[in-house]
Design a protein. Structure first.
Length: 310
């Protein structure tokens, strides 16, 4: 693809999206917040004083969302974190287990956690286009937020979101449509989709080798509402963006370009790591959440023992 072709495609997509305000785009992710959550507890386990409940609740269109609810000992007023996993092919953690150990280690700090499975990793998932996946995931996350805020032991002024890779992308949308969040951490993802036209990352180059400019244009046009940049250029809660400098999905230049379009308040950190990030990123992520959620203490020994994902 030459520069002029890329420019033509970029302008076409930009024109389409500029015709719709972020507010209009956000309406695609509206849902009925009054619908019953229909929470079902499937099993319970304990790790010390921390309780892990395997549950389902009613998400988009009333479909059951598998989730872990991690609850500390005591009566609260707890902070809360909603967690979204990555979708790395071949990883045993491409589901709600990715952040489970991290959530358990954070629980004694006074944090209730909800960790959901994305639609694509649930039993019986039937393939659908990416925009429908994103819509379903966003509504499922918002319903998860409803669940957390319905708990009498949760402080509604201290609720954060942490999303990795795929869930950093949907998290970027969530930042723009969900004012109830106190803070968000977006890890190794959520880039401006238009950057795939010019990015020199390994994945972007392979996409341009496999698909014609017209195919790429059609895809970006059809999925324009899922581009997180439209939701991060307006008002949102404090953000922490974490990127790996050796990520196969995005170059450091891609990340810096993306970070430059995100409106404040935002902090950006880079790590000598791949798409999975590393223990340093986890430490800084938890320290940032400690400040944003006003947590009195963190068990750093337990946090250091959390295994790194692959």
């Amino acid at each position: 693809m030459n520069v002029w072709t890329a420019l033509t495609i970029t302008l076409a997509v930009a024109a389409l999206c500029s015709a719709q305000s972020a507010t209009e785009l956000a309406k695609r992710f509206d849902y009925d917040g009054s619908a019953p959550l229909n929470i079902e507890k499937l099993s319970t386990q304990h790790r010390g004083d921390v309780t892990i409940e395997d549950i389902t609740y009613a998400g988009a269109d009333g479909k059951a969302v598998p989730a872990y609810l991690v609850v500390p000992a005591g009566k609260g007023h707890f902070a809360a974190v909603l967690w979204g996993h990555w979708m790395m092919d071949g990883s045993p953690y491409k589901n709600r287990t990715e952040f489970l150990d991290e959530a358990v280690a954070l629980a004694p700090s006074g944090v209730v956690s909800l960790l959901i499975d994305a639609p694509m990793v649930r039993p019986g998932y039937k393939p659908q286009d990416d925009l429908k996946n994103d819509k379903q995931d966003i509504v499922d996350l918002r319903r998860g937020l409803d669940l957390l805020l319905a708990r009498k032991d949760v402080d509604p002024k201290r609720v954060a979101y942490v999303g990795h890779s795929f869930h950093a992308g949907t998290g970027g949308i969530l930042a723009g449509v969900e004012p109830r969040l106190t803070a968000l951490v977006l890890m190794a993802g959520g880039l401006d989709a238009d950057q795939f036209l010019t990015s020199q990352s390994k994945m972007a180059v392979e996409v341009r080798q496999k698909h014609s400019p017209e195919e790429i244009k059609q895809y970006l046009t059809a999925n324009g509402a899922s581009n997180p940049k439209h939701y991060l250029q307006g008002k949102h809660s404090p953000l922490l963006l974490q990127f790996g400098t050796q990520d196969i999905f995005m170059t450091e230049e891609d990340c810096r370009e993306y970070a430059s379009i995100v409106s404040p308040p935002v902090e950006v950190e880079y790590y000598e790591a791949g798409h999975e990030l590393n223990a340093t990123a986890r430490h800084e992520r938890i320290a940032w959440l400690q400040m944003q959620l006003n947590l009195k203490s963190v068990d750093w020994k337990a946090m250091k023992a959390v295994p790194e994902i692959k």
